[in-house]
Design a protein around this ligand. Sequence first.
Ligand code: NDP
Length: 288
Amino acid sequence: MSAHIIDGKKLAESVRAEWKMRVEKLIQLGTKPGLAVIIVGDNAASSLYVRNKVKACSEVGIYSEVHSFQQNATQAEVLDCIRALNQNPHIHGILVQLPLPAHFENNRVITSIAIEKDVDGFHLYNVGALVTGNTIFFACTPFGVMVMLEKNQIPIEGQHAVVIGRSNIVGKPMAFMLLDKGATVTICTSKTRNLAQFTRDADILVVATGKPRMVTADMVKPGAVVIDVGINRLPDGKLCGDVDFDAVKEIAGFITPVPGGVGPMTITMLLCNTILAAERAQAGIQIG
Ligand code: NDP
């Protein structure tokens, strides 16, 4: 039997409609949520992501501004910009588009963002808060995955969740979010011996490797929930995920496509985090 295909685009639209109402309420109270995006250099993919974020903001009524720096900008210049945004009451969320040029220290830059404005959830304080179960902002991509599971009424507690990938932006926060919901979590990496032995035991399999179609049908337990985070550009220009979608959909119970799966949810959760930050500011809630 073919898997249920989780339509991330449709789900993202319905989540955005829900949160748009919260924006309208905030505006009535005198607070328009505001997001500042910092981009350094001229990486084409990063510029596209930033444009998509700005567009998504305007669609739900969030004010946004982009601070663009040349590739050879100094870290001090960027830190000055972040300091000013931290103090700006019209800006509730700040994000620094990654990757930064090699001469930047990622952690130094990210930790200069005020924790109550760290809508990407990458600040070390927020990472610690996630690990201790006191999350301030969930990192957007794994947050989107959790919403996909919840909206499809997929049980997590007691399930064996296998996450392939241990990056700070996807794999690790994903694992902690699943753990927090009571899953038994296994994290696999490029160093894992006999990967299929773990994936075949997964009730929920989240794949975030950046390796096109590396998860094949023989690696998946019948009926499993397969979440494909990967976005890979093939030589013919088409996009594909880290999962062999056509074959795995015949085995899995649920599966996300690429494109149209996790991707649209990531930007949506950024909007949600920005709105949440604005709601906290409006209510005078102190963070940290
Ligand atoms: P990273 O390159 O930072 O991490 C990849 C992880 O996958 C690493 O931990 C690596 O292991 C592991 N890995 C690589 N190859 C294998 C393998 N053969 N077997 C097992 N594990 C492997 O990538 P990201 O986490 O940043 O991104 C992963 C993918 O998700 C990319 O395609 C990216 O484009 C996509 N992405 C999609 C988003 C969305 O919104 N849908 C958002 C963010 C990312 P090791 O640590 O040992 O090297």
